[in-house]
Design a protein around this ligand. Structure first.
Ligand code: ATP
Ligand code: MG
Length: 639
């Protein structure tokens, strides 16, 4: 573990928030909820019938009202979204324009018979019509289920069928790397013929011909005649807001169900604490709205605060690797939130690319999705933030709704440690335990657990109560088990070491994948790495490492292998040295950019590879498969 500390903050130091959360977490969240607009106050702050938490019961609220109506006096002309297309075209949507569009679409949905509790699948690219559609659902109490627009027909139909959606909202196309992906055709292939889908609304934008079927309606037609007034439905705090399927890194995606009042309270608070959001900020989160980061920190968090944000449709490296830095310069972005996988990709091209842009508007940087390798953290800090921006490494899950572990520069200044997500947010009791569920001493590895419910906590898994209990609540008694491996250091900082299922067990030692991969990535010619274990008669498990090199890498493979062995020996210990290093061009990843180590393991152990519906690129699997085949041959030749 890296012991360096960086003393950098934004000058905020309000200890009263942590103090009051420590005294009584329920009263603490009770106060936080008052920042939202409620139609009627709640009667009970938390109904906790483990494992089900229901927040602010009796309270009446609407998410769309809190995102839009509340800003109509003070911020109606403020841009909510500064949209940039892949080809450089842009659009500006003010809070007032968004308010009108949402009400119109809400009326359209009503006219199609969509009622409170009905599901609506949204299969749109990263355009303003996507948050508009979500808020239109939220306005009338319909449950939105957004499907990432990069998914295939099968993935889409699985999700439409599971959620039994009445309406699908789609577009004739989305742009990705200069190509148009015809989403309407994918809908036709997968879901439009399903009985319970009554209508498909199609947003036209590419100029291509569209094949219109009986159920299909053009967005422009239905919106043209819709009334621009639709009062927000008075909903229960515990009503459902949305279903969202997880990334599928560890298996079949789970349909996570979120409520309204608790979820919004969590987002309102964390968005302020972590991002220190101010009226003058221009915020840019690179996540696609198809993932939870997009739901929570592109749609709900920023809109609750009336923030201005940039939304970008397209690949982060299109037309070249300078695209992100160009956007930061063009819009004077002040807060930038992205993923370790995007940073590793951008880092591959060297420092000259970002150094040729003016990034001086930045004041805060964030990451989410995977552990960030300390080397990558430092690059982000030095080269992108010019040593003046705090970095928030935010740990959370689709299930948690919002961040649970992160530095919070909006309320306090604490030393940052590259690779550590630092401390739990106020009101949370997060610990590290051994296999029997007992808390371990500081500096000891174990499973991360959450002891108290929090407002963003999922209501459950869609139509699968048993799975909800089994996945999160059965491993240890009465505590939430996120499935991540971690360590708490002597300062109380949490370090996420990878998934518990992926932990390597070598000769009695347990090594988190993140520790080993970060050590490999610390070599200056390495861009990315993934490790996994294969059964070994003597050691229990032996380690195999896959390595992707930077563009600038020049050493011979043999020299590199020797240096990597040496790095791991000194940074972690000889026990952690992989038996084999494979230099490959790409790693298997989910479409949200996470390394799918379970695929590596499955191939290595000659097992079925399971659900790969969220896999980004099948070619990576073939590459890994051939690397293993080669390994098998070598082993056989040696015997
Ligand atoms: P599935 O549950 O279907 O396997 P997933 O866990 O990848 O998919 P998400 O909810 O998108 O789905 O991801 C949450 C997980 O991502 C966390 O459990 C953790 O493993 C990882 N993660 C997210 N943020 C961080 C972070 N800052 N540091 C370390 N790990 C993180
Ligand atoms: Mg998960």
């Amino acid at each position: 573990m890296n012991s360096e500390k960086f003393h950098i903050g934004l000058g905020n130091n309000d200890s009263s928030i942590r103090d009051s959360a420590k005294k009584d977490y329920i009263s603490f969240w009770n106060e936080c909820a008052k920042s939202l607009s409620w139609f009627e106050p709640w009667t009970e702050t938390l109904q906790w019938n483990p494992p089900f938490a229901r927040w602010f019961t009796g309270g009446k609220i609407n998410a769309s009202y809190n995102a839009l109506d509340v800003h109509q006096n003070s911020k109606s002309e403020k841009p909510a979204i500064l949209w940039e297309g892949e080809d450089g075209t842009d659009r500006k949507i003010t809070y007032h324009e968004m308010f009108i569009q949402v009400q119109k679409l809400a009326n359209v949905l009503k006219s199609l018979g969509v009622k409170k509790g009905d599901r609506v699948t949204i299969y749109l690219p990263m355009i303003p019509e996507l948050p508009i559609s979500m808020l239109a659902c939220a306005r009338i109490g319909a449950v939105h289920t957004v499907v990432f627009s990069g998914f295939s027909a099968t993935s889409l139909s699985d999700r439409v069928e599971d959620s039994q959606s009445k309406v699908i909202i789609t577009s004739d196309g989305g742009y990705r790397k200069g190509k148009i992906i015809n989403l309407k055709e994918i809908v036709d292939e997968s879901a439009s013929s399903v009985q319970f889908v009554k209508n498909v609304i199609v947003y036209q934008r590419t100029g291509q011909d569209i094949q219109m079927n009986e159920k299909d309606l053009l967005w422009s037609d239905v919106m043209g005649s819709a009334s621009p007034v639709c009062n927000a439905e008075v909903l229960d705090s515990t009503d459902s807001l949305y279903i969202l399927y997880t990334s599928g890194t560890t298996g079949k995606p789970k349909g996570v169900l979120h409520g309204i009042g608790g979820y919004l309270t969590h987002l309102y608070s964390t968005y302020k604490w972590a991002f220190d959001i101010k009226d003058s900020d221009v915020y840019f989160c690179t996540a696609d709205i198809g993932w939870v980061t997009g739901h929570s920190y592109v749609v709900y968090g920023p809109l609750l605060h009336g923030a201005t944000q940039v939304m970008y449709e397209g690949a982060p490296d299109y037309p070249d690797s300078s695209r992100m830095w160009d956007i930061i310069q063009k819009y004077d972005i002040t807060i930038f939130y992205t993923t370790p996988t995007a940073l590793r990709m951008l880092m591959k091209f060297g420092d000259d690319v970002p150094n040729s842009f003016d990034l001086s508007s930045l004041r805060l940087l964030g990451t989410v999705g995977e552990p960030i390798n300390p080397q990558v953290w430092k690059w982000y800090f030095d080269v992108i933030g010019k040593k003046k921006c705090p970095i928030i490494d935010t740990w959370w899950q689709t299930e948690t709704g919002g961040m649970l572990i992160s530095p919070l520069p909006g309320i306090e200044t604490i030393p940052l440690k590259p690779g550590s997500a630092t401390l739990p947010i106020p009101g949370l009791d997060i610990q590290v335990v051994d296999e029997s569920g007992n808390e371990v001493e500081p500096e000891t590895k174990g499973s991360l657990i959450i002891k108290t419910p929090w407002p963003g906590m999922l209501l459950g898994l869609w139509k699968d109560e048993q799975k909800y209990k089994d996945v999160y609540w059965s491993k240890f008694d009465s505590v939430y088990y996120p499935g991540d491996y971690a360590i708490k250091d002597s300062d109380g900082y949490l370090w996420l070491l990878g998934r518990s299922d992926d932990v390597l067990k070598v000769a009695g030692h347990r090594i988190g994948t993140a520790e080993l991969e970060s050590s490999i990535v610390s070599h200056n010619e390495v861009a990315e790495s993934a490790v996994c274990g294969i059964p070994d008669e003597v050691k229990g498990e032996s380690i195999i490492a896959f390595v992707v090199l930077k563009e600038s890498a020049h050493s011979s493979d043999e020299k590199l292998r020797t240096e990597l062995r040496e790095t791991i020996r000194t940074q972690i210990g000889p026990i952690a040295t992989p038996n084999q290093f494979y230099i490959v061009n790409k790693l298997p990843k989910t479409r949200s950019g996470k390394i799918m180590r379970r695929l590596l393991k499955a191939i290595a152990n000659n097992e079925k590879i399971g659900d790969v519906s969220t896999l980004e690129d099948g070619a990576a699997v073939s590459e890994i498969q051939s690397a293993f085949d080669e390994l098998q041959k070598n082993v056989q030749n040696q015997q």
